[in-house]
Ligand binder design. Structure first.
Ligand SMILES: Cc1cc2nc3c(=O)[nH]c(=O)nc-3n(C[C@H](O)[C@H](O)[C@H](O)COP(=O)(O)O)c2cc1C
Length: 203
């Protein structure tokens, strides 16, 4: 089932979603956003391949309570619902625009509000966009250590795309699309083994 949500019609409670879910979370806070489009595209691919419910959120969806929250309990209900969706996802697709060589500050702050065990064993596919090739290793040097901290199942293939890989906000580069296909294969494999992942997370 594919249901690309924008966060607009979130249910009040989302702790017991019946279907396996893929959730995208993008660190952009301006729109239109190449990063958000990129994350949505990959979420859609994973959902279609694995028959999952899907939704994608960005910092704009989380809203203004994020910036002043010192703890998750300080978030308003809407932001809290998104946090819960991320934590409860069966597979997570994360992405951020490159800002000053790293993910955006609010992307990091969102994850700073999570319990250190919240993503343990969860398959996480990592994406980033940037203005040029120079910071392509953001996915390895910034995103991978963050999800390593959480003991998430950070997938081997992480994908970086630059402005020239998009046309009208859509990923058009054949090379990047090939890399995305490889990452989607890995996510699908991890999903097929998620019982084992959950057992690891429970240990
Ligand atoms: C404040 C700011 C800092 C940026 N820093 C970098 C950078 O260090 N390296 C880079 O490659 N691109 C940098 N960029 C360019 C963006 O990462 C790039 O255009 C990105 O794809 C924008 O994504 P979006 O369309 O989702 O906002 C920066 C852009 C802004 C606004």
């Amino acid at each position: 089932m594919i249901d690309i949500g924008s966060g607009v019609d979130l249910p009040r409670k989302c702790h017991s979603m019946p279907n396996p879910t893929v959730v995208g979370f993008s660190g952009n806070f301006t729109r239109p956003s190449k990063t958000r489009g990129f994350v949505e595209q990959v979420v859609r691919d994973i959902a279609a391949r694995n028959n999952l419910s899907a939704s994608t959120f960005d910092i704009e969806d989380v809203g203004p309570s994020l910036g002043s929250a010192k703890w998750a309990r300080d978030l308003d209900q809407r932001a809290r619902d998104i946090l819960d969706r991320v934590v409860n996802a069966d597979v997570l697709v994360v992405g951020s625009p490159t800002y000053k060589g790293s993910y955006t500050g609010l992307f990091k702050h969102f994850f700073d509000l999570l319990d250190p065990t919240a993503l343990r064993g969860k398959p996480v596919l990592m994406l980033a966009t940037g203005g040029g090739e120079r910071h392509a290793l953001i996915v390895e040097h910034q995103l991978r250590p963050l999800f390593g901290f959480f003991e998430a199942l950070a997938l081997p293939t992480a994908v970086y795309a630059t402005d020239k890989d998009f046309a009208d906000g859509v990923l058009v580069s054949a090379a990047i699309r090939k890399r995305v296909a490889q990452a989607v294969d890995e996510a699908s494999y991890a999903l097929s083994r998620r019982d084992a992942g959950q057992r690891i997370a429970a240990e």
